[in-house]
Design a protein around this ligand. Structure first.
Ligand code: UDP
Length: 494
């Protein structure tokens, strides 16, 4: 029997979005990772999730060919009420105010008992858990199984974040806007205090900073880290993370590339607000590289005034566009967010999607020649995998580091000029001229072509990485082998 087949269910412990501040919709890469494990040597996986998130996973499993025999779902109750949250509040989409955040984290820590029970029942050989569940390492140890950590960001951001934590260079600047170098990185990367998350900016202990410290501590004692990236994208940082920062890591991405069929690409995350075929038909009618795709991830909502500026900027750029419009929840319902006559004037040039877009399907289409993104890691890597240059507009957390990677290191992006972390609430503040200029710069001209060439090279590298013999494919095989060896060793010792 192939060694890898000895690995029993590998549970991916996912709550959907576990972090309020990072706004990572970890459900999407979790689903992709489960598919990847399942397709490598038929490793059985179980996704442990909560009632409201379970149907999203179930649907993705059902619609992906040959997956239903390999991926199971185990549902545990999310203790919303016990933690002082409204009933049915199970992920960050449902958090509408800052004061719900501590309750949300309280609820996640109350999952320890149910998780133990799920492990007792499922007898897995390994536990993959999000970084925001640091206690999962102890639970895995109790059952003598390895725990893998999943961060959901770039290895560049992991290295930059860790060096910020170790050296605290922000303490030596006199103003919030004074750029300083992130120490000890392979490249010279500058950032300002305004672009740092609160817990990095001020050296004060909060519940959240304690959780992060605990996460880093347990990262060192866990079996290792699985990274949704590929070695060729950030080679110096993959090396830095392993050699200098001493982390054991496997680069197994881009995990989104496991979705090869139209149906799989269109099914990621929520129900799409546009028919996939209608969307493809619209794109088919456009020339290659002529459309800019504008989408800011799963969480961010805009102020009405900012939507107005984006509309003005897009129209003035003269480019064709797909724009995924999402207004902040607390903005009034006034439909009048666009300049007068905007939708009529741009009806042949623009496709507006109100709600959820089939993002990977869109990015992979030849007509798409640019992507305006908030630099969430999933979107960034999906842009890289599609060979699309990007306009970067980061809002929170690791997104500012991902922007540096895209614009300064990979040189496939243009900044829109976002210079500060956005607090909770409607996003606002970037003027239409900045949007117009950045969109033109990414879509037309000599430099745009050079950026596009570099982006295409990265796309080829990404696709090779996940093919048989490619770096990510090999890393995942090596991980599965190590997990098998761990299991055999445990067996011998008992
Ligand atoms: N996404 C999508 N359609 C949308 C918005 C987002 O499919 O309309 C997907 C996108 O492909 C990505 C994820 O949602 O996989 C967003 O993750 P990311 O890390 O980029 O940002 P976050 O939502 O965590 O801020």
């Amino acid at each position: 029997m192939d060694k890898s087949q000895k690995i029993n269910p590998v549970p991916f412990f996912s709550l959907g979005s576990s972090s309020t501040f990072l706004h990572n919709l970890h459900m999407i890469p979790t689903m992709d990772m489960a598919k990847l494990f399942a397709s490598h040597g038929g490793v059985k996986t179980t996704i442990i999730t909560t009632p409201l998130n379970a149907p999203i996973f179930a649907k993705a499993i059902q619609t992906t060919k040959n997956m239903s025999n390999h991926i199971a779902i185990s549902v545990i109750k999310f203790p919303a009420e016990e933690a002082g949250l409204p009933d049915g509040c199970e992920n960050v989409d449902q958090i509408h105010s800052e004061d719900m955040v501590p309750n949300f984290f309280k609820a996640t820590t109350m999952l320890q008992g149910p998780l133990e029970h799920a492990i007792e029942e499922g007898h897995p050989d390994c536990l993959v858990a999000d970084m925001f569940f640091p206690w999962a390492t102890d639970i895995a140890a109790k059952f003598n199984i390895p725990r893998l950590v999943f961060h959901g960001t770039s290895v560049f951001a992991l290295c930059a974040g860790e060096n910020m934590r170790l050296y605290k260079p922000q303490k030596n600047v006199s103003s919030d806007y004074e750029p300083f170098i992130v120490p000890n990185l392979p490249h010279e990367v500058k950032i300002t205090k305004m672009q740092l998350a609160d817990h990095d900016k001020e050296d004060i202990e909060t519940d959240f900073s304690k959780l992060l410290d605990k996460a880093i501590e347990t990262e060192m004692t866990s079996f290792g880290v699985v990274v949704n990236s590929f070695h060729e994208l950030e080679p110096a940082y993959a090396d830095h993370y392993r050699r200098v920062l001493g982390r054991k890591a496997w680069h197994i991405g881009p995990v989104s590339l496991c979705n090869r069929e139209v149906e799989d690409k269109a099914q990621r995350g929520k129900e799409t607000s546009i028919d996939k075929l209608a969307c493809l038909k619209w794109l088919d009618s456009k020339k290659p590289n002529s459309v800019i795709y504008v989408c800011f991830g799963s969480g961010a909502g805009f102020a009405t005034s900012q939507l107005y500026e984006i509309a003005m900027g897009l129209e003035a750029s003269g480019q064709e566009f797909i724009w995924v419009v999402r207004r902040a929840k607390n903005e009034d319902d006034n439909e009048n967010w666009s300049p007068e006559g905007f939708e009529e004037r741009t009806k042949d040039k623009g496709l507006i999607i109100r709600g959820w877009a089939p993002q990977v399907l869109i990015l992979d289409h030849d007509a798409v020649g640019g992507f305006v993104t908030h630099c969430g890691w999933n979107s960034t890597l999906e842009g890289v995998s599609a060979g699309v240059p990007m306009v970067t507009w980061p809002f929170f957390a690791d997104q500012f580091f991902n922007e540096k990677l895209v614009t300064e290191i990979l040189k496939i992006g243009v900044c829109v000029g976002s210079d500060q972390q956005w607090k909770r609430g409607a996003i606002d503040g970037v003027k239409s001229e900045a949007i117009e200029n950045a969109v033109k710069e990414i879509m037309v001209g000599e430099e745009a072509e050079e950026r596009r060439r570099r982006a295409r090279t990265l796309k080829e590298m990404a696709s090779k990485a996940v093919e048989e013999g490619g770096s990510s494919h090999t890393d995942l095989n090596a991980l599965i082998k190590e997990l098998s060896a761990y299991q055999v060793q445990e067996y011998m010792e008992t």
